[in-house]
Design a protein around this ligand. Structure first.
Ligand code: ADP
Length: 160
């Protein structure tokens, strides 16, 4: 059974993330989408909220599990019996960071491979940070995030 981990901040999950996940789920037997959190780095949303929003957005994909983790991705992958890390590439600007990350992970754990999927052109410009920016300026985020995420975020901003 080939298990892949799709790690990321998902702060929040976007249609771009979802596209990579859906296609990854066609390749691997199981994909665990795992919200990474770092106790020393505060995100926009709390890790539990990010995880909950991921859960609400991926129910249509059968072989996907949702989880969160702290610490090294490769240690987490080993614990889950995964042999692959799934990552998305939007543009050349992602490449340098992703290459460094992938090579570091290979140096730490050569048995775990990183597989990259290039995003569909219509999702290339979407990022969690852009979504946060639009949201905080009361813009429409419905083209960028799944409906449960839009609903939660817009109601959250109304309460601020
Ligand atoms: P991280 O903080 O680990 O980079 P992100 O949540 O920003 O976490 O991204 C997780 C993964 O999803 C990364 O591989 C990133 O390149 C990819 N990704 C982010 N946005 C998109 C998008 N619009 N299309 C495809 N992949 C994306």
């Amino acid at each position: 059974m080939k298990i892949a981990i799709y790690p990321g901040s998902f702060d929040p999950i976007t249609y771009g993330h979802l596209d990579v996940l859906e296609r990854g789920a066609e390749i691997f037997d199981k994909v665990i989408i795992a919200v990474s959190y770092n106790c020393n780095k505060k995100g926009f949303l709390e890790p539990d909220v990010r995880k909950e929003l991921v859960k609400k957005s991926v129910g249509h994909i059968k072989n996907v599990e949702v989880d969160s983790f702290d610490g090294l991705t490769i240690e987490y992958a080993r614990k889950q019996g995964a042999c692959v890390l799934l990552r998305g590439l939007r543009a050349v600007s992602d490449f340098e960071y992703e290459m460094q990350l992938s090579q570091t992970n290979s140096a730490l754990a050569d048995d775990i491979k990183t597989v990259f999927l290039i995003t569909k052109p219509e999702y290339t410009f979407i990022s969690s940070s852009t979504v946060r920016e639009i949201l905080l300026n009361n813009g429409d985020i419905s083209k960028f995030v799944p409906p449960p995420v839009e609903k939660f975020l817009t109601s959250m901003v109304c309460k601020i």
